[in-house]
Design a protein around this ligand. Structure first.
Ligand code: HPA
Length: 247
């Protein structure tokens, strides 16, 4: 079955994709400006795929300054149909410990002030109220979950992703509020990325990697030390799932 060209958007801990044999670098200018980096078009595990470093090649672009509109637009220009977003997050739910991975089923957007839609009233822009009942493409989510199973990579769960503005981490009270809202994990880049993909008709799903306990969830630990300790084991799981999911 031809599922269409897949792109992986890598974030913190996955600024490049080891194993991707790069065949060409696509520098794509969009009506919204330049994407975070050149799209790396190549082969991974024998399958053509595209990689985009969300924070730029030197990992310098903070979450609220990422040109999400240009990123998704450029991927569509390159012929991408499906996007797997890798997101380093803080675990809120007790089941989502540092080093674990999950395929979130839903999200809550707490970001503000980001260029979050193509329906911006600009010349030629049409008004679309895209449906977002299920923000992640069910078929692509199922494929990631099945790939985790087939590669014997433990998946901690599904859950709800809170997307905060950053770049600072949260306070204990903020995390308590997110937990009360029903959020299981918290990251800074999941929106408007997911909504823009939907506006462009791209299938989009997220592989979330817990890299720390969110503020106050397990006492007052050193979050940066936790991240340094857990990020590599989490990203190894991501690579195992991608290897199974892609061909
Ligand atoms: N909060 C928000 N974003 C994050 C975190 C966190 O604790 N960890 C990694 N990204």
């Amino acid at each position: 079955m031809d599922r269409g060209l897949v792109a992986v958007i890598g974030g913190t801990g996955m600024n490049q994709w080891p194993g991707l044999e790069i065949e060409q670098r696509l520098e794509i200018e969009t009506p919204y400006g330049l994407p975070s980096a050149a799209l790396l078009d190549g082969r991974v595990y024998g399958t053509r795929a595209i990689f985009l470093a969300r924070h730029g090649e030197g990992h310098k672009i903070p979450p609220h300054c990422i040109n999400y509109r240009a990123n998704l637009w450029a991927l569509r220009e390159a012929g991408v149909k499906q996007v797997v977003a890798i997101a380093a997050v803080g675990g809120i739910a007790p089941w989502f410990a540092p080093g674990d991975i999950a395929v979130p089923a839903d999200l809550i957007d707490y970001t503000w002030g980001r260029a979050h839609t193509y329906s911006d009233g600009g010349a030629g822009a049409e008004l679309h109220h895209v449906e977002f009942t299920e923000p992640y493409a069910p078929g692509l989510r199922r494929r990631l979950i099945a790939a985790a199973d087939a590669s014997s990579t433990p998946l901690a769960g599904e859950g709800v992703l809170a997307v905060t503005q950053g770049p600072r981490l949260e306070t204990v009270a903020e995390i308590r509020r997110l937990a009360q809202d029903g959020c299981d994990m918290v990251g800074m880049t999941g929106m408007p990325e997911a909504a823009l993909a939907r506006e462009l008709g791209l299938d989009y799903a997220c592989l979330a990697v817990s890299v720390n306990w969110a503020a106050g969830v397990q006492g007052l630990g050193d979050i940066h030390a936790e991240i340094a300790q857990s990020i590599e084991s989490g990203m190894a799981k991501v690579r195992a799932v991608l290897q199974q999911a892609l061909p």
